[in-house]
Design a protein around this ligand. Structure first.
Ligand SMILES: [Zn+2]
Length: 617
């Protein structure tokens, strides 16, 4: 029996038709053989959903409606098949780009924020946060690409969120050639909380939509849809905010806020958004003086820094002047916490627990996992590992000092202070404490356990099926051996091939599906020209004559020979005579010759180092 879609009446078919229909259904469902299959898993990255919010929603929350009547909210319950949410402890700072990059094990980004300090270029570099797309975003099957809508998220976060969810779920059904995960990144959940919107209501709406999606999926695919929801950090929901006066504080102490570091008292303070942490880049020798000084900054909770000339020793102080050292053994992944005065992290009870359980070695070190187990529910979860990673490897240009602010204080730029009314501001994140740090992981197909941004991929097959965007899009980047070595999860051939590169050399990595049709030695033409921040249409394009001395034309046709490179990618050594103006911004663009016209492959900006060589990050 078959129910006609329009008539609603039963229609009877003969045996042969019935067999044909059955066969067709079988073909549609036979995923691995035909490739015609819906994704088996929906992986939903919800920016900034706090563990405590999801946990309370799972347990049920009593809220009050506009008429003052109490009502109960509950979502993602066990009766719907969800397991209890677990903590996903963020990076420090607990900010989006840094944490998502860590969650997916990607190569660290140049900076914590899209305005960052490049040590190689000795310059503060500004990347447009709206129009740029980071690796973790490109790896998604769906994320909001429209710049106008991304901007709208800061003004109308709930509408943008609804649009994001609607579009992501609609596009899921078009992905009929995916036997793995369908990865979605939703960013307006974070915007909504910054602007004090009702996040629990938004999550209840999502739960309803996912239930409807699961019903349809079960009917269409004949199996249950696996759902995995991840978030990158918490949100503090502080009731009011005060701006920390870190700039004037440093200036009063005789320091100069600069765009580069040339003198011992120069400091760089890259700032974007409104968050409760501060990054400071200073001459390394100044760290020892600056850390104790900054504990007097109103709003500072903890001040952490890397001890100069001791690459594996770090310093943590609190606003009461208490001080401890953190020692790191990178080879063994072990850490030691030694109090000098007081106990800034209040970790003495943790040390006692570790000692009792015989988890400390003779020198007082314990493994990262032992520290994690002992501090997961602490006020400062996984603090040693997160402070050390924050000051060394969660970004390619780590700060010399990271400040974690008290909830109720924020750091923001001057323009942001003028443009944003802090009284309408609802919540933030970035600090080291659990409110800011505890994101979450929630699944309906496997029980989860408390984990961290560094470890969560290990629980889900390293997210090995994220989208390989380099095979599908055009792009390029400058790479070096040392930065590539910081990629935690190797997914593409280059993630291990990079080892044959020379140290201290910068390479151009180009990818495009177009390259797959071309000979390995087909030329890639490149133009390098100085970025003119005050464009003069007369010399905007590269011209011959004196202006051309500022730029170069290059042809690359001899890629680095790897054993089994992907057809869509080439990696070229930059010529040794490519010396440009030192500490200057340039734009590089590249194209290949197509059948009738040239095809643009990429265009991006870079800075040169003190010798005039391109700086990769
Ligand atoms: Zn985030």
């Amino acid at each position: 029996m078959f129910l006609g879609a329009n008539s609603g009446r039963s229609v009877h078919f003969g045996e042969s038709v019935r067999r044909a229909v059955l066969l067709l259904l079988l073909v549609l469902q036979a995923s691995p053989c035909t490739g015609l299959a819906l994704p088996k898993r929906l992986v939903l990255g919800l920016d900034g959903i706090a563990y405590r919010d999801m946990k309370s929603l799972q347990q049920g929350v009593v809220c009050t409606n506009i008429w003052g009547r109490p009502f109960r909210r509950q979502a993602f319950t066990s009766s719907e098949g969800y397991f209890p949410a677990s903590r996903l402890v963020s990076t420090f700072p607990s900010t989006s780009d840094v944490a998502w990059t860590d969650i997916f094990g990607d190569r660290p980004l140049p900076g914590y924020q899209r305005t960052y300090f490049s040590a190689a270029a000795n310059s503060q570099i500004v990347i447009n946060g709206i129009t740029t797309t980071m690796e973790h975003e490109s790896q998604m099957n769906w994320q909001l690409q429209n710049n106008m809508f991304r901007t709208m998220g800061y003004v109308y976060p709930v509408h943008t969120y609804e649009l994001e969810i609607h579009e992501a779920l609609r596009n899921f059904w078009n992905d009929m050639d995916n036997n793995g995960g369908y990865y979605v990144y939703i960013r307006a959940t974070d915007d909504a909380q910054h602007l004090d919107r009702d996040i629990l209501d938004m999550l209840c709406g999502l739960d309803n939509q996912l239930q409807a999606m699961r019903d349809r999926y079960r009917k269409q695919a004949g199996r249950d849809l696996q759902i995995l929801i991840l978030s990158d950090h918490g949100h503090n929901h502080a009731s009011s905010f005060k701006r920390v006066a870190v700039r004037s504080f440093l200036e009063k102490a005789g320091y100069q806020i600069m765009e580069s570091i040339k003198n011992p008292k120069d400091v760089v303070l890259p700032t974007t958004g409104i968050e409760d942490w501060v990054e400071i880049h200073n001459a390394p020798a100044a760290t020892i003086t600056l850390v104790p000084l900054l504990t007097h900054l109103e709003g500072a909770d903890l001040v952490t820094g890397r001890v100069p000339d001791q690459p594996d020793r770090f310093l943590v102080m609190n606003s009461r002047g208490e001080r401890a050292d953190i020692d790191w053994n990178p080879a063994n992944h072990t850490y030691r916490y030694s109090t000098e005065k007081g106990d800034p992290l209040n970790y003495q009870p943790v040390i006692e627990t570790l000692a009792r359980e015989q988890l400390l070695d003779a020198d007082g070190f314990a493994t990262a996992d032992a520290w994690m187990a002992a501090t997961l529910t602490n006020h400062y979860p996984l603090a040693l590992e997160r402070i050390v990673r924050g000051l060394t490897r969660v970004t390619l240009n780590p700060a010399t000092i990271l400040i974690s602010l008290n909830n109720g204080y924020v750091h923001c730029g001057f323009l942001m202070q003028k443009g944003a009314d802090l009284s309408t501001f609802g919540s933030t994140h970035g600090a080291l404490d659990n409110l800011n740090s505890d994101g979450m992981v929630l699944s309906n197909f496997t029980p989860t356990r408390d984990t961290s941004s560094k470890r969560v991929a290990g629980l889900f097959d390293d997210f090995s099926d994220v989208r390989n965007f380099r095979a599908e899009e055009n792009g390029a980047e400058l790479v070096t051996k040392t930065e590539q070595a910081l990629t935690r999860i190797a997914r593409e051939p280059f993630d291990s091939d990079y080892q044959v590169l020379s140290s201290n050399e910068v390479y151009l990595r180009v990818w495009s599906p177009q390259l797959a049709h071309l000979d390995l030695n087909a030329p890639v033409n490149v133009t390098i020209e100085k970025v003119n921040h005050f464009p003069n249409p007369q010399n905007h394009r590269l011209v011959s004559g004196p202006a051309a001395a500022l730029g170069r034309h290059l042809t690359f046709n001899q890629p680095v020979a790897f054993s089994d490179p992907p057809a869509y990618e080439r990696v070229y050594a930059l010529p040794s005579d490519l010396v440009l103006k030192p500490l200057t911004e340039y734009r590089i663009s590249g194209w290949i010759r197509g059948q009738s016209k040239s095809l643009n492959l990429f265009e991006f900006d870079f800075h040169t180092d003190g010798r005039g060589r391109p700086a990769a990050y």
